[in-house]
Design a protein around this ligand. Structure first.
Ligand code: ADP
Ligand code: MG
Length: 713
């Protein structure tokens, strides 16, 4: 009989005897993963150690998370089997090796007599003279290269085979690692191979049930298969599992943030009072489109809640986002609160002021605050914002400066939201009264394909304006190349002008500096004024002009006092001149697809048929796409295919994490699955604090930190 006092209910494996607490603690635990094993530093000295540091590899764990760029199928062929001209890999022994003179002094040549069981040949290395000393007779080497005439084999890549059992496999499905100066891919492969036994200590963040449901291998097996797969199928399965993991972690992180914001912050309820918004809507000179009405209804619903609204309003240029934004702003005013509209540039802010002012029709005051606002005026404005006397303001970053105070900011509108950083948007949030967060409406004229919005925004509440206001027409688009076509284009433009229409000329994008871009625009302005448009009225606008000068040019063009506006891409958004019917873009290939689409959206806004002329190579896929497609959303999909996700959102600035394994848009199906699983997990365990999700939550923090914002910068 076992004394009950002795036992704590534990027995040794396959034993009868119960263990004491001390015995249980000291008993060997055989297969439990110990993450600390991976945290141990990789003590590698000298150059290779520095090279690893530079790659961000300090610990064994870092090394195992340094994934191969790709794998190469390497079947060793028999020397005798390789015909002249063929590429292949052979495993051979070196019989003798020496440097050979070449006619060209700058080239060096090392030759080795090598052989495998099937026969001998001569291996040749170019420009690596030191190899003659390093590879002595008797070395076993793997050579990859091309068989030439006269029994020669030109080596492209090679590696030494250690000949012992601990050497990493160099044949089969071989991993190629992103290497760097100071460490070879082969050395990296060997290090990872040496660490193979440590792989089982990797932490499994995915709950078992989820893994089972998705049919995913566990993480240790995944690491093993990712580094040293038996074949391509294994590698693909491993990548898939890791891509899923990355996407799931991201979805959980973003959703968690959004939830935290919704639940921990409070906004002012803005209920319809019927005093302002209704009469204003009835006073508009046009009917709202169906999409605009739906959007306004949605906003009203969210504004009438204490949960801060966080909505992305997506709509093409001219789809009427400003009207919808003003609807929300007036809801604030109607409730005795304030609203601010922030745009990324002065030109845009000025344009928005004009549009908003016109839409308001004198119903309420709205003012402009930018970096160029004069000191006296600024003082007056700040006073009226702080007292609450001024309810509506539109401006640039100037709005978030320390000195700007609002009495009761309740609604913010952020135009071209991707051009602001997380901090800048947070600064605007902080202008609300203590303890409150404003309702935020983010706007973008760049349609974002679902794949991207899911990734970057975690499916942020999105409203889309697809329907263009009545009277908008598709813009006929031509890509033209060559002098004759150019002459014809100018002729066509002069005809439009003779008919009373107006034309934009957009100069080549100069990425290097605004000053260069301004100079290019000025030169083109001078040229056109003296030649093609000698008899027309030409104005110039670019980012380096003083604000007053910009305004003057813009006003002149808007009022029809100029026929041609030569501009840089500053006119990309915001300008609204319905009488302009031609958009001419120089060096169109320098612009991105979405920019071209934006620019084209500047015309076709009135009742007249409009034209977009792109100077560039008609065979360029981007230009072909824009000429053949007028739907911004479909163009965005094309753009995504042409460029890949990282490029489009410009990973860094947009706060979109770089994926190590996942590839968008290719992995969009995995993304959708990850999103569905994330929703499911959070539905059952909103804060991920159930024990089975604890490691998942840890992994999110490690990967993304606690700082992830729901709307990327
Ligand atoms: P966006 O900001 O989406 O580019 P805007 O809100 O500036 O578009 O609207 C573009 C132009 O269309 C403005 O002149 C605006 O007054 C007009 N507009 C907006 N909605 C309608 C509508 N439903 N019907 C007719 N015109 C409209
Ligand atoms: Mg607008």
């Amino acid at each position: 009989m076992v004394a009950p006092l002795r036992g704590i209910g534990l027995r040794a494996f396959a034993g009868q005897e119960q263990l004491t607490a001390d015995e249980a603690r000291d008993a060997p635990v055989r297969s439990y993963p110990r993450p600390s094993v991976l945290a141990e530093p990789l003590a590698l000295r000298g150059k290779p150690g520095e090279a690893l540091e530079a790659l961000g590899i300090r610990t064994h764990g870092d090394l195992l998370e340094h994934f191969p760029r790709e794998h190469r199928e390497r079947d060793a062929r028999a020397v005798a089997e390789l015909g002249p001209g063929e590429w292949g890999t052979v495993a051979v022994e070196i019989r003798s090796i020496s440097r050979k003179p070449t006619r060209n002094r700058r080239r060096t040549r090392v030759e080795a007599r090598v052989a495998d069981a099937s026969g001998p040949m001569v291996a040749v290395w170019w420009n690596q003279p030191w190899l003659a000393d390093r590879l002595g007779p008797g070395s076993q080497v793997l050579l990859h290269g091309q068989r030439k005439d006269r029994n020669q084999f030109w080596v492209k890549e090679f590696e030494e085979l250690g000949g012992d059992a601990a050497a990493a496999p160099g044949i089969g499905h071989v991993p190629l690692y992103p290497a760097s100066e100071g460490i070879t891919a082969q050395r990296l492969r060997q290090l990872v191979w040496d660490d193979y036994p440590r792989m089982r200590h990797t932490t499994e963040p995915l709950p078992a049930a989820l893994r089972a449901a998705e049919g995913l291998p566990d993480r240790p097996a995944t690491l093993a298969a990712l580094h040293f797969p038996d074949d391509e199928a294994e590698e693909v399965a491993a990548r898939r599992r890791l891509a899923f993991e990355e996407l799931l972690l991201l979805q959980l992180a973003v959703a968690g943030r959004r939830r935290a914001r919704r639940e921990t912050r409070r906004a002012t309820r803005l209920d319809p009072t019927g005093e302002l918004v209704g009469p204003w809507a009835r006073s508009l000179p046009f009917e709202l489109t169906g999409d605009q009405r739906t959007a306004a209804g949605r906003l009203d619903f969210e504004l009438a809640s204490e949960r801060p609204m966080q909505r992305l309003l997506m709509g093409e240029v001219g789809s009427g986002k400003t009207v919808v934004a003003l609807h929300a702003m007036l809801r604030a005013l109607e409730n005795g609160r304030q609203a601010a509209f922030m745009a990324p540039t002065e030109t845009l802010a000025e344009q928005h002021l004009l549009t908003l002012d016109r839409l308001l029709g004198g119903l309420a005051a709205i003012e402009l605050l930018t970096g160029s606002t004069g000191a006296a005026r600024r003082r007056d404005l700040l006073g009226r914002l702080a007292s609450g006397e001024l309810g509506l303001v539109v401006g640039t970053h100037a709005l978030i400066e320390e000195a700007v105070e609002f009495r009761s900011l309740a609604v913010t509108v952020i135009d071209e939201q991707h051009r602001f950083g997380v901090r800048q948007r947070a600064a605007l949030d902080r202008k609300a009264p203590e303890g409150l967060t404003p309702h935020a409406l983010h706007m973008t004229a760049t349609p974002i394909p679902r794949t991207l919005s899911l990734t970057a925004y975690g499916d942020l509440d999105t409203t889309v304006l697809r329907e263009l206001p009545r009277g908008r027409r598709p813009v006929e688009t031509h890509v033209v190349d060559g002098e004759r076509a150019r002459k014809r284009a100018y002729q066509r433009i002069r005809e439009e002008i003779d008919d009373g229409r107006q034309c934009f000329v957009v100069c080549p994008l100069v990425e290097e500096s605004e000053a260069l871009q301004a100079r290019a625009a000025t030169a083109e302005y001078e040229r056109l004024r003296a030649s093609e448009f000698r008899e027309q009225r030409v104005e110039l606008i670019h980012g380096q002009l003083p604000s007053a000068e910009k305004q003057r040019a813009m006003k002149a063009f808007a009022a029809g006092a100029a026929d041609v506006l030569v501009a840089t891409s500053v006119i990309e958004v915001g300008i609204d001149v319905p009488n302009a019917t031609v958009m001419l873009i120089e060096a169109a290939e320098r612009y991105g697809l979405s920019q071209l689409h934006q620019l084209r959206g500047r015309v076709g806004r009135g009742g007249h048929a409009s034209l977009c002329i792109l100077f560039g190579d008609p065979k360029l896929p981007r230009l072909e796409a824009i000429a053949g497609e007028s739907d911004g959303f479909r163009l965005a999909e094309v753009d995504l295919e042409l460029r890949g996700a990282g490029e489009i959102l410009g990973t860094r600035q947009h706060g979109m994490p770089e994926f190590r394994v996942a590839r968008l848009p290719d992995d969009h199906e995995l993304l959708e699955r990850a999103k569905a699983r994330a929703d499911e997990l959070l539905g059952r365990d909103p804060a991920l604090d159930q024990p089975e999700n604890a490691l998942l939550r840890d992994a999110i923090v490690v990967r993304f930190g606690p700082e992830l914002d729901p709307i990327p910068a």
